[in-house]
Structure formats: structure tokens, C-alpha cells
Design a protein around this ligand. Sequence first.
Ligand SMILES: N[C@@H](CCC(=O)N[C@@H](CS)C(=O)NCC(=O)O)C(=O)O
Length: 296
Amino acid sequence: MILFPDLPSNCLTMLTEVSKNMCFGGWQKVFSHESSELSCSMRFAVYLPPQSESGPRPALFYLSGLTCTEQNFITKAGAQQYAAKHGLIVVAPDTSPRGIGVPGEDDSYDLGTGAGFYVDATREPWAKNYRMHSYITKELMKLVQENFPVKPGAIGITGHSMGGHGALICALRNPGLYRSVSAFSPICNPSACPWGQKAFTAYFGESASADWEAHDATKLAAGYAGPELELLIDQGEADEFLEKGQLLPERLVNACSGNARLKTRLRMQKDYDHSYFFIASFIGDHIEHHAKALLA
Ligand SMILES: N[C@@H](CCC(=O)N[C@@H](CS)C(=O)NCC(=O)O)C(=O)O
């Protein structure tokens, strides 16, 4: 257990180490902590590459998709070998608050538990706990910087599906916070797809509103005025959710084409589906994309 004496006692932050495994010369760890944003206990994974033993390193946040915990990415994507090669710290949070007891939170895989959508809900009964946007961009960001050897300002973000949407909106809503961004099969226009419409209706209210627009990468892209970003996006052509109109990558590409600050590199990958087999196939390219920007 790690205590932080520099914090006032009323916001004492404690990390409990849940697991620790040597992997490619670094440490794959999982921690739990009491989250003040989400008012519950949360777990997150951190990969500490061998280079972090001798000095600060850039950090890459990876946001997972629907139904995931902090485990899916660290056990299935094979990212550690690339993180070790480039010396990147990789942080993989959980996807929602857990065990809150909001009515309906466990009724379906795409709302509530495992489906926080990386937004701060404004509607009851979700508003008190479902604050994943602030959790990722503020609370966990601070916690990671205070507890691990993170190179100041060298933070990137990526994610898959709902987490790809999360990575895009975290970067586009918080200009300058993340120096690099990428995504695997992201939900690019949640206001216009069934997954997003269901979640936004619950978290923000019935009809499309400013809140919907402010958490939709395609809408945000048009107005983005921050530092230049190159968005690397990989999308499997055989992804069932692409066919079902859940992901809509072409809409994001169109929106970015009107904004000189945003360059998109959308790579359509023949025969790849939505699974972690796809992520494992291209995670090396994504880590290289982030390493280039974060080590420059
Ligand atoms: N269970 C859902 C799909 C959920 C799903 O595909 N989740 C993706 C992210 S959107 C995932 O990463 N699942 C966990 C895994 O593959 O390890 C369904 O059957 O339609």
C-alpha cells in the first residue's frame, strides 16, 4: 500500500497493489483505489517498462470498450512488448464505476456497468457516479502522474470501440492535455448510432442536446482549435459493428477534413473483425505512433 503524505488528510489517496507480474523486462501491475469522482473502488492497470527504473517516461492511456475491465487489454493485446521496446508506461483503466446499485445498471451490456462511455452523466440516476470523463482526464491523470515516473506533458491516449470514442473525445475536449491520439474501431459519431444514442439518452437526456454534441468526436472535430493532432485510426473491414452502423469512421474523417489542425490516418484493414485479435495485430503500430510524438 502506498500513502501520499503531501495530500490533505481529507483527500488521502491510497493505492493498493492487486497484482504484479514481470513482463518483457518491466512490470505489469494492477492497483485499486477509492475514486472520489465515481464514489466507489476502482481498479486500473499500469505497465512500467524497464526504462522507467532509471527515469521518467511518457505515458499512454488505453481506454477499453463495452463489457471490459482493466484486464482485457493487458491479457489480450500483447502491448507490453512494444511498450518495453519504446519505454512507454501504459495505463489501462476500467470502463465504468462498479457495484453502485443504480437501477438498471446491470440490465444490458451497453449501458451502466462496463459502459460508462467516458462521459460525466448529467441525468439521474446516473449523475452522481457515472463520471468517467472526469475520472480519466482529472483524477486518474493526477494519480498516475503523482505515483509513477511519468515524463511531464508526455501523455498520449488510445482506445477501442467505446474506448476509441473515449480517447477521441478526451483529446478533442481537452486541447493540449494529450500530445498524441489514436483509436481502434472507435464509435466516431455516437449521436448517430444505436450504442451512442442509448447511452447519451440515459446519461444526458432524451433529445440530442449540447451535451450530446460535446461528447461526440465527429461534432467536436469541426470546432477543435487546439494543437495539431494526427489521429491514427485502424478499422477492420469485417467488423460486425461497422456493418451495423455503430462506428461510422467516414463521418469523423469528413469532419476532420475541414479542420487543418486535425489530420486523420484511417486504415481499413481487410478481413479483420472487432476483436482483440485485431487489436493485437496493430497495437505495435499504435505504440510506435505515440512513441514518435511523445519522445520527440
Ligand atoms: N457483448 C457484445 C459485444 C461487446 C464487445 O464486442 N465488446 C468489445 C468492445 S466493444 C470487447 O472488447 N469485448 C471484450 C473482449 O473482446 O475481450 C455483443 O455480443 O454484441
